[in-house]
Design a protein around this ligand. Structure first.
Ligand code: SF4
Ligand code: SF4
Ligand code: SF4
Length: 912
């Protein structure tokens, strides 16, 4: 029998695991050895020498972080010799720059200051050596005070090994040592992407978030944990508030999905919460424009105009746009309001514009339309295939998981994308497909996998159906034929197919590059086919994983803000479900036919069939396709109510505007892209008379004769759990520490991080035999270039939140037209030239950005900017099943244009 190996630290004898360091063992048994450079989970560098300990028998003091525990080792962590060494070390560090703590932002939260106190360093015997480097405050978000830098290197490790941005390193030598960004440029002129990970780990006051400077001492601020309001990753964040103002955001440590990391938007994009241009009172339009009104007047007017069967419009002439920005509880009430109070199923959310095809495709293939695996499963993957997702910019924290796996050699990465997105730098293989040819390359990969007998026969046999039809269809997609459609070289396709099939498990991650097509549903089914063919669904590290764009787009769908289902995807056409919901809501009946989608409601508004819209937290006049047409349609409405935080482009058209609260002023839940229901907590009071969205809906409902007497979000969640099987076991109490993945049917159910493990939700996984269809519009002589649209790292969606942030606006101040150097040469375009970009539907003007990210023949324009709205150009052609528009492909032409009179950038509500 093996005898346990033991070590004695400060007189405490304990066993240890092979490979544990002295520092780790000490930490485990509650002995605090001080460190400055060590980051748990990363390779120890031993740079700071603060953790030196005395090991019996060793001549020198040894760094605890880098010394492996050994059998019978005896360690002293606070011996006289150790303490003397630490005091000397602290003195040298204090003398190495400017460490006058009086106005240092880190005062009270500084590891060096803490150690000076702990080891009673009252005087410094060495002369202070002034820093040879000026403080960098020229970049908009992070102050780099080199006089306070102790060169511990934590920032370098965090940047390179945690976020894998590789933006900083040690520079120069000896006393000239400095942490430098590439070329020793300021952050904003380097590869830095302002994730702030370096600030997070800096143990002293050398790196400081600029916006939070002089906004409050650590002991003056209150911290409230909540969930990030931007993308679907659902990072856990702490809001730091002082005097009812959010003064800082940090990532919550030790909790998934982000474990303290954030991206630039999550960390720095909070100005909008405090912004003085927030809506604070209801507005009612009269002949002279908007005037302020009381809640009583505004809601009475809305109730009167939308009054269900008493309204002159009739229920089905009214529509409700719910929102991916509001909470689950609020989405639930919005659809309840539409169905039980107005009497229509015309309720939808903006998933229609991003992932409706995911839901349709994955439901058809697997029986459930959501991400199959948890985010953390990336770490179990041997191969990651990313397609149609610019992950580093749209879901940055997830991209860090991927980059870590690739750079550590634990997984291979295939990127399939029409642009040379940043992730291609990490890819083992980049397949560059022509826009809108995703079915063809997926069929091509399956052709190779089946032909070479690389598929998982047992899995296909036992767990799926429809294989023979699939096999017959993909037979036609030999690599040469696929190359003629997609532009992907045949050899690369074969290589990708072999890599994917031979890795076990292999995962697929995708986003709007796959879904926003007239063939969006087919594209998603094709990815599901590929994954099932190789036995990758229902296994750790595998799966088909849609990355949802907005913070709560998953929740908006889950809670029934869709025209065909109640919460939990229960069909409105099912008589027994309808009766059950009617009984739960205390109404005699509910409408039986599916309602109109967002895209159809806009279309029908233009035709006069939809007379009134109640739009909550969305801004279709920037986010919808073919905006000129959408603008006309919304302008023709008899009655438009917009409930939002700012006077958005859409709100400007409204008859009544209702001011709502931001996420920072709410109690509720969001559901992130991995189906994890997480808490949203109130950190401040709303400005003026702004109210939480659920309070407004409940008040309106009560005025319309259907009392909703909820006192808090918690009560709405109780009702959700009662009527929604997949949320049946969810309570706020259970979410207190960490979120829960649905399905979670009962109070004792732990949640379901991974779907389809034993069986698919629909029983057997369904293969779909699908043929390639071209996009609705292709380039021609008149419009010879492809346009594709998407996001940039520094802005979000229609910019209503990020464009209130000075720092983010400084980094990306205006819209741009990204074109390849080849196209630039052909059209005689120089960097910064103003281009008029036109399609059959409209024209915009913005500056050219010549970039190797663009590939010849394809132009990219971000869709965030209202004043140069890419969606004036996009095509509103719809996927016939999911009704999602083809945002990702249309034909355009470019011409040089006059200088812009104002930057094609800022929102009007941002401008002074
Ligand atoms: S970095 Fe720490 S020790 Fe130096 S001035 Fe700031 S609080 Fe004081
Ligand atoms: S902000 Fe992020 S990318 Fe920039 S240097 Fe710091 S860790 Fe690196
Ligand atoms: S990755 Fe997404 S959820 Fe996380 S901080 Fe950034 S925007 Fe927020």
């Amino acid at each position: 029998m093996n005898q346990a190996k033991t070590i004695t630290i400060d007189g405490k004898r304990t066993s240890f695991e092979e490979g544990e360091t002295v520092l780790q063992v000490a930490d485990r048994i509650g002995i605090d050895i001080p460190t400055l450079c060590y980051i748990s989970g990363l390779q120890a560098t031993g740079a700071c020498r603060m953790c030196l300990v005395e090991v019996k028998g060793a001549r020198n003091l040894l760094p605890a972080c880098a010394t492996p525990a050994a059998h019978n080792m005896v360690v002293e962590t606070e011996s006289e010799r150790v303490v003397r060494s630490r005091r000397m070390n602290i003195e040298l560090l204090l003398a190495s720059g400017n460490h006058n703590c009086l106005t240092c932002e880190a005062n009270g939260d500084c590891a060096l200051q803490e150690l000076a106190y702990r080891y009673k360093v009252e005087t410094v015997r060495f002369a202070e050596s002034p820093s040879r480097y000026e403080t960098e405050s020229s970049n908009p978000l992070i102050i780099r005070d080199f006089s306070r830098c102790i060169l511990c290197g934590r920032c370098v490790q965090a940047c390179n090994e945690v976020q894998v941005n590789n933006a900083i390193s040690y520079g120069y030598r000896g006393s000239a040592s400095k942490i430098v960004a590439k070329g020793d440029f300021p952050y904003h002129e380097s590869d830095c992407v302002f994730c702030g990970e370096c600030v997070r780990v800096c143990p002293v006051g050398a790196l400081i978030e600029k916006p939070s400077r002089f906004q409050g001492r650590p002991w003056e601020v209150r911290q409230v944990r909540t969930t990030c309001p931007y993308c679907g990753v659902g990072c856990q964040i702490d809001l730091h508030t002082k005097d009812n103002k959010v003064v800082r955001i940090t990532g919550t440590e030790d909790v998934s999905p982000n474990f303290g990391s954030l991206c630039v938007k999550g960390r720095f994009g909070y100005d909008f919460i405090n912004e003085s241009k927030r809506l604070t009172k209801p507005l009612v339009r009269d002949n002279d424009g908007f005037r302020e009104a009381s809640w009583d007047e505004a809601l009475s007017l809305v109730a009167e105009r939308l009054g269900g069967i008493r309204s002159k419009f009739g229920p089905d002439a009214i529509g409700v746009f719910s929102s991916a920005k509001i909470t689950n509880e609020e989405n639930y009430l919005a659809q309840k309001f539409a169905r039980a109070v107005i009497g229509t199923n015309n309720v939808d959310d903006c998933a229609r514009l991003c992932h409706a095809s995911t839901v349709a495709g994955l439901v058809a293939s697997f029986g459930s339309g959501a991400m199959t695996n948890p985010i953390a499963d990336i770490e179990n993957s041997q191969l990651i295939l990313v397609t149609g997702s610019n992950t580093t910019e749209a879901h940055p924290v997830i991209s860090s998981f991927m980059k870590r796996m690739v750079t550590s050699g634990s997984a291979k990465l295939i990127v399939v994308d029409p642009r040379r997105i940043p992730l291609t730098r990490f890819a083992n293989l980049w397949l560059r497909q022509n826009l809108g040819t995703d079915v063809a390359w997926a069929n091509g990969m399956m052709h190779v996998i089946i032909k070479e007998d690389l598929y998982d026969k047992a899995y296909v046999e036992e767990r799926t159906e429809g294989f023979e039809a699939l096999k017959k269809t993909v037979e036609r997609y030999n690599p040469e034929h696929v190359a003629s459609i997609t532009g992907i070289p045949a050899d690369d396709l074969v290589r990708a197919a072999r890599m994917y099939a031979c890795a076990s498990p292999a995962s697929i991650y995708f986003a709007m590059g796959i879904t926003q097509h007239t063939t969006g549903t087919d594209n998603v089914k094709s990815l599901a086919n590929l994954s099932m063919l190789c036995g990758n669904v229902g296994v750790p590290g595998g799966g088909v994983n849609p990355l949802r764009g907005q913070n709560n787009v998953q929740g908006a769908c889950d809670l029934g803000a869709l025209p065909n289902v109640y919460s939990g995807y229960q069909a409105v056409t099912d008589h027994s479900i309808r009766e059950r919901m009617a009984a739960a809501w205390g109404v005699e009946s509910l409408p039986a036919s599916p309602g109109l989608t967002v895209t159809e409601m806009v279309e029908e508004a233009g035709r006069g069939k939809i007379k009134a819209l109640y739009i909550i937290g969305e801004n279709p006049l920037v986010s919808d396709p073919d905006l000129n047409h959408a603008e006309e349609a919304l302008s023709s409405l008899d009655f438009l109510v917009v409930q939002d935080v700012f006077l958005s482009e859409t709100a400007r058209l409204a008859h009544v505007v209702l001011p709502s609260a931001t996420f920072a002023e709410k109690e509720g839940t969001f559901t992130n892209t991995e189906r994890k229901v997480q808490r949203v907590r109130k950190a401040r009071r709303s400005p003026g008379k702004a109210r939480q969205d659920w309070e407004i809906i409940a008040d309106l409902s009560t005025r319309m004769g259907h009392p909703m007497a909820y006192r808090q979000g918690r009560e709405i969640m109780h009702e959700i759990a009662r009527v929604t099987p997949s949320y049946g076991g969810i309570t706020y109490g259970r979410l207190e520490k960490e979120g829960i993945h649905w399905p979670c049917p009962t109070l004792d159910h732990p949640g379901t991080p991974r779907l389809h493990v034993e069986r698919f939700t629909r029983g057997k996984g369904a293969f779909h035999a699908i043929d390639y269809l071209p996009p609705a519009e292709l380039p021609d002589q008149e419009y010879p270039l492809y346009l594709t649209t998407g996001r940039v790292l520094y802005h979000f969606h229609t910019g209503t939140m990020t464009m209130q942030s000075t720092g983010l606006n400084d980094l990306v101040p205006e819209c741009f037209v990204e074109i390849s150097p080849e196209d630039a040469r052909e059209y005689g375009v120089a960097e910064g030239d103003v281009l008029a970009v036109s399609s059959r539907r409209g024209e915009i003007a913005a500056r050219a950005r010549i970039s190797h990210q663009a590939v010849r023949g394809t132009v990219f324009i971000p869709f965030h900017f209202a004043k140069a709205a890419a969606n004036r150009l996009t095509n509103a052609a719809l996927d016939p099943i999911a009704k999602i528009p083809e945002f990702k492909v249309c034909a355009i032409r470019i011409e040089k244009a006059q200088e812009l009179s104002a930057p094609a950038a800022m929102r009007e509500d941002y401008e002074a």
